[in-house]
Design a protein around this ligand. Structure first.
Ligand SMILES: [Zn+2]
Length: 348
């Protein structure tokens, strides 16, 4: 497939025919990253909602389509809204909505803020420009996790407006110190948050996205918004990674595999975390040396958080676990999951 990485399609206040009967047909009618501009009651202000940076994370698209079509006519938001539907080609590759990015492509959410200006880096810049040109008051980037779990927000910065914005979608925000080249790390002169709505196949995740868009669209002033839900702040989680060339498998029992074996149901720990002494899987004779947990000072602090009991991988402290996934590919190429020491989080 030849991709024009600078191409972006614009739709302004699209009609019923353009929006099609359902989100799948609408998605199939798109060819390239597409911007949908909706005029609000106060057209001098704009809020941006991004989705489908990852082609297999449909909650944002489903919710946007539902919000645009559920009343038989376009809703009238308090401010202008700009929706940006990004990785259309990956999302449209068969089977629909199952490819994070195209084969031989790059993960565009690792390409932002980069000095390179070709391919996916160029597209990332085009998306950044499309956000900057409307001087937004907030930017929300909607994602799904590959495993099931409750919704949470992620942001590199904390602000009152960012917390109110989070409360439209969920009740926890992770402050991330990671620099991965993600959209939310870019400076748009306004709060920029990622929402992990929950599992890609979970109806609840689509609902989280819809409710959040609905509340954001109908809020006249985020700064004056009286936040009803408290939002828990979780500080700087660490990524539990497999060391290079170590192997990974999943099982319900110890099979004596090389490298690391995680419990098949590892994603259940996304709900409620894991206590000190909890067994998460098994390790070969190299023990914790199969894994790394790099802190801000670039030190491997794996043994502060995990220990080995016989050949079991065991939590050495009470942990909160995020984004544990049964997807072998993501666990091996990205990380097994994110953790935070439970003493490091607070609630406001
Ligand atoms: Zn994603």
């Amino acid at each position: 497939m030849n991709i024009d990485f600078s191409d972006i399609e614009y739709l302004e206040n699209p009609d019923e025919i353009t929006l099609k009967a359902d989100f799948q047909q609408f998605l199939l009618s798109l060819d390239v990253p597409t911007i949908i501009d909706i005029t609000g009651k106060d057209p001098k202000r704009c809020r941006v909602i991004v989705t489908l940076l990852h082609g297999n994370e449909p909650s944002g698209l489903i919710a946007i389509h539902r919000w645009l079509t559920s009343n038989g006519e376009l809703p009238s938001p308090e401010t202008n809204l700009r929706f940006i539907i990004c990785s259309v080609e990956a999302a449209n590759a068969t089977p629909l909505l199952s490819h994070r990015f195209l084969e031989k492509g790059l993960d565009i959410n690792r390409c932002f803020g980069n000095s390179q200006n070709h391919g996916y880096y160029k597209r990332a810049k085009a998306i950044e420009n499309a956000i900057n040109e409307v001087s937004p008051e907030v930017v929300v980037d909607l994602h799904n996790t590959s495993g099931s779990g409750p919704a949470f927000a992620v942001s590199p910065l904390l602000s009152t407006r960012g917390l109110s914005l989070t409360s439209f979608f969920c009740d926890a925000i992770i402050l991330s110190g990671l620099e991965l080249g993600a959209l939310m790390e870019q400076d748009f002169n306004c709060p920029t948050i990622t929402i992990e709505c929950g599992g890609a196949n979970d109806e609840q995740a689509h609902e989280v996205a819809f409710e959040g868009i609905h509340q954001l669209a109908s809020c006249p002033s985020i700064d004056n918004f009286h936040q009803e839900k408290s939002v828990e702040i979780v500080y700087k989680p660490l990524r539990l990674e497999l060391k290079p060339h170590k192997s990974l498998s999943y099982s319900n029992h110890n099979e004596g595999n090389n490298g690391v074996t995680l419990l098949s149901k590892i994603e259940q720990f996304n709900f409620g975390g894991a206590h000190k002494g909890q067994m998460l899987g098994w390790l070969d004779e190299h023990g914790l040396d199969n894994l790394q947990l790099i802190n801000e000072n670039q030190e491997n602090v794996i043994s502060d958080y995990f220990t080995v009991r016989d050949n079991q991988l065991v939590c050495a402290t009470n942990l909160r676990i995020f984004m544990a996934t049964p997807s072998f590919e993501i666990a091996q190429n990205d990380c097994l999951f994110y953790i935070v020491n439970l003493t490091g989080s607070s609630s406001i």
